[in-house]
Design a binder for this molecule. Structure first.
Ligand code: TRP
Length: 349
């Protein structure tokens, strides 16, 4: 990979977004966010963050986090993110994120965090776990710092745009408020970043649950083999039981949500919906169509991912190179922050 100077001379607007390294990425990530990243990567100067400061819930399973760093990088490469044009950044290797979090902590009221619905839901899940997994655990301090750190993440490259899944919107609102306050009270150094949610803000799980998520075991992962995808689709929830040629209600069958999300042939989907309600369509036919559509979408992802997986030093290079650029812009921003907060004590004499 050729050495390119850090963001210095780049006139493009900037994107920062990220994902926690907790495991393989799935179709929900793809339709909710990654697709936008790929589409926008040439028009923006992009920083894609592997947010490993945010995985306190996996503190007792760091080997999983370590593996997930590579999984996430491979998934990103697989979907077509370009590690030369964009920067893949490992968060904790840019400790300026922790530093900015500390300074911001001086100014952000705890109440602002307690009102954050994403945080509230996550803390509730720790204290009253559905699956008993976190039983007896209490909420760590990191739960208060991590939304602040997410604000710091976004402010760090002075990002203009944050393409994310819908569940992240409260954090971006918090970032906007913080940027406004900082700019007003100190110096105007931060753009007020906009959020951008993907085409499919929330993809249902293969079990029909409202959200595809790893903890529910209802995902189709970007790295799944053709056989696994076919098997998962065959096992998908397809609405209440129906007889062979019994009409059904489209809105009760989540297979249609997937077809709406991924089938490029909208006319065919419309025809199947019409027939489904009029004279019935066997779930088998719908699932075969969906399998074909997903294989078309995922074949090139699998192929690219496989090529990188066979050459891991190239992936390491992508992470090293991206992290270096992420650090360079972070150091520039921290200069501005220290100046704005008047923290340059040693300049006095
Ligand atoms: N909280 C995000 C998630 O759970 C990951 C993340 C960390 C992030 N920092 C970010 C997303 C900054 C957008 C911007 O996936």
């Amino acid at each position: 990979m050729s050495e390119r100077p850090s963001s210095g001379g780049d006139a493009r607007r900037r994107i920062l977004t990220g994902i926690r390294p907790t495991g393989a990425l799935h179709l929900g990530h793809y339709a909710g966010a990654l697709e936008n990243w790929v589409r926008l990567q040439d028009d923006y100067e992009c920083y894609f963050l592997i947010a490993d400061y945010q995985v306190s819930d996996y503190a007792d399973d760091i080997s999983r986090v370590r593996d997930a760093v590579w999984e996430v990088a491979l998934d990103w490469l697989g979907v077509g993110l370009d590690p030369e044009g964009a920067s893949f950044v490992i968060e904790s290797l840019v400790p300026e994120h922790a530093e900015l979090t500390t300074w911001l902590g001086w100014f952000l009221p705890v109440g602002m965090l307690e009102r954050n619905p994403t945080l509230k839901a996550e803390m509730e899940a720790i204290e009253h776990p559905e699956d008993g997994k976190t039983k007896g655990k209490s909420v760590p301090v990191a739960f208060y710092t991590y939304p602040v750190m997410q604000v710091a993440n976004i402010l760090m490259p002075r990002a203009h745009l944050v393409p994310v899944g819908e569940d992240q919107l409260p954090h971006i609102e918090l970032t906007r408020e913080t940027a406004r306050r900082f700019n007003r009270e100190f110096k105007p150094i931060f753009p007020e970043p906009e959020a951008l949610v993907g085409r499919v803000p929330r993809l249902v799980g293969t079990d029909g649950n409202a959200k595809m998520s790893k903890s529910r075991g209802n995902t189709i992962d970007l790295k799944d083999s053709r056989e696994t995808v076919a098997k998962k689709v065959r096992g998908m929830y397809a609405g209440p039981p129906r007889g062979m040629n019994e009409p059904g209600k489209v809105e009760e069958n989540p297979i249609f949500l997937y077809l709406d999300a991924f089938d490029p042939d909208a006319a065919l989907v419309a025809e199947m919906k019409e027939r489904y309600e009029r004279s019935g369509v066997a779930n088998k036919e719908l699932k075969e169509r969906l399998t074909a559509v997903l294989q078309d979408l995922m074949d090139p992802i699998r192929e690219r991912r496989g090529r990188y997986a066979a050459n891991m030093p190239l992936v390491r290079e992508a992470l090293e190179y991206g992290t270096k650029r992420g650090r360079a812009i972070a150091q520039q921003t921290m200069e501005l922050v220290r100046d704005a907060l008047d923290l340059n004590y040693l300049r006095k004499y």
